[in-house]
Design a protein around this ligand. Structure first.
Ligand code: ZN
Ligand code: FE
Length: 253
């Protein structure tokens, strides 16, 4: 199984997962670079997986279906007309040609019907968890997002996270403002700066690295609680409250 990032729109990654001559695409927001990648790697598109309804994630689906006849698995949401197989929490998609079964996790927060795809130690999480950050709350509540991120945080530590945007450097700047003395964060920022200077993606990344450096997954750490309380100017009584303050702080950072 090979996983290729397809850069699009400046900071999106559309993911192509291939085995032999067949492939699946995750969140193909733009058909053109996907078709080019299929041709370059001599692949036939078999399946499309969608995480949520935003245009940068589904914009290419209609054309890809027209050209390839791929099946489309995604949230049951009337805003994604191209879905042929609507899925919900716990649904397992068997892809024998890929040697993988993928399971659906419902992860509302960024949008109300956002899902993630998990299998073979990989998680395709769309705009829910980013490297050193998390998605904005467009439709869900902070509590929902916190719950969704907690579910992701409880996956095996070696899980590889394939998120949909290259937001890592700006996320790391915020993370370092929140937690300036975190040595793992300092080391990660250095590593990511090197990758980006060489025009390499900072995605995927391991869940273990997120747990050590992502402020949104570290809301039980004393340093993070202290920074969030100083920013809010009041005591914060729960992880959800700390998360809420961090998310609002990041919005204006
Ligand atoms: Zn989105
Ligand atoms: Fe997006």
């Amino acid at each position: 199984m090979k996983i290729y990032p397809i850069p699009a729109f400046g900071d999106n990654y559309l993911w192509l997962v291939a085995n032999g001559t067949r492939a699946l695409a995750v969140d193909p927001g733009d058909a053109t670079p996907v078709l080019a990648a299929l041709e370059r790697h001599r692949l036939t598109l078999d399946t499309i997986l969608i995480t949520h309804h935003h245009g940068d994630h589904i914009g290419g689906v209609a054309e890809l279906v027209r050209r390839t006849g791929a099946r489309v698995y995604g949230p049951a949401d009337e805003r994604i007309a191209e879905v042929t197989d609507p899925v919900a929490e716990g649904r397992r998609i068997d892809l024998p040609w890929l040697g993988v079964a993928l399971t659906v996790l419902e992860v509302p927060g960024h949008t109300r019907s956002h899902i993630a795809w998990y299998g073979n130690d990989a998680l395709f999480c769309g705009d829910t968890l980013f490297a050193a950050g998390c998605g904005r709350l467009f439709e869900g509540t902070a509590e929902q997002m916190w719950h969704s991120l907690s579910r992701i945080a409880s996956l095996p530590l070696h899980t590889r996270i394939y998120c949909a945007h290259e937001y890592t450097e700006s996320n790391l700047r915020f993370a370092q403002a929140v937690e300036p003395d975190n040595q793992a964060l300092i080391a990660r920022a250095r590593g990511v700066a090197k990758l980006r200077a060489a025009d390499q993606p900072s995605v995927p990344f391991a869940l273990a690295e997120e747990l050590a450096t992502n402020p949104f997954l570290r809301v039980r750490e004393a340093a993070i609680i202290g920074a969030a309380e100083a920013h809010a100017g009041r005591k914060l009584k729960s992880p959800v409250e700390v998360f809420t303050v961090l998310r609002e702080w990041k919005n204006v950072f």
